[in-house]
Design a protein around this ligand. Sequence first.
Ligand SMILES: Nc1ncnc2c1ncn2[C@@H]1O[C@H](COP(=O)(O)OP(=O)(O)OP(=O)(O)O)[C@@H](O)[C@H]1O
Ligand SMILES: O=c1ccn([C@@H]2O[C@H](COP(=O)(O)O)[C@@H](O)[C@H]2O)c(=O)[nH]1
Length: 238
Amino acid sequence: MTKPAYKRVLLKLSGEALMGDDAYGINRATIERMVADVAEVSRMGVELAIVIGGGNIFRGVAPGAQGMDRATADYMGMLATVMNSLALGDAMRQVGITARVMSAIGIEQVVEPYVRPKALQYLEEGKVVIFAAGTGNPFFTTDTAAALRGSEIGAELVLKATKVDGVYTADPKKDPTATRYATISFDEAIARHLQVMDATAFALCRDQKLPIKVFSIVKPGALKNLIMGGDEGTLVHV
Ligand SMILES: Nc1ncnc2c1ncn2[C@@H]1O[C@H](COP(=O)(O)OP(=O)(O)OP(=O)(O)O)[C@@H](O)[C@H]1O
Ligand SMILES: O=c1ccn([C@@H]2O[C@H](COP(=O)(O)O)[C@@H](O)[C@H]2O)c(=O)[nH]1
């Protein structure tokens, strides 16, 4: 078998994608399918860290949070990512993959705190590390957490797994005429206000020279293909 193209990557999974066809929460078949993809790559010896969003449960900027203090709503969003992280870790355990969930906010009875050297040790031991609670700060998103943790652990690439198969000229769900970029620079993505990821995440990855691949989590085999160096999704580069 040919070797994977990457040794260590940060995978950002969309929380919203966890819903599958449901209106809310975690769809069992969907999480099992995602975990099967992740397990395949982990078994190939790739060191894998994961950040998962919370959009399937709660977002600080969602209509359900209207009228709330923004920081409080954002803490609720971070707690939503803890729930998704626990579900993901448990689903991995069920397929024989050892995962460690580490939280950016103190919640020690439930999940261990994020300590960078410990996270690095887990990765070197071949465990999958799931970073929960985003950056631990309100007014941010899990995309920014992915950029931050990806930079901290020295990932070679951030893989943004989402419901669309790359970065488009406009949101393809709203504009059917939108076309997909094969590659795009961080500066252009920011200047064009492309909403597939937030500008803070793009800017951090640009400054750290950490490339991002945006690809479809729904497409079977896409994650493995990408890890093997295959042509998949959109590369966002310096
Ligand atoms: N220019 C664009 N190209 C591609 N997708 C875009 C673009 N603009 C907006 N989008 C939308 O961005 C979404 C990707 O964001 P996604 O929901 O994965 O991230 P998220 O907000 O981090 O999710 P979650 O909070 O659930 O983790 C796509 O589903 C797509 O509809
Ligand atoms: O660093 C962070 C990360 C997330 N949040 C809050 O959580 C929700 C869910 O995250 P998504 O990235 O949208 O999936 C987000 O809307 C924020 O409310 C945060 O405050 N800080």
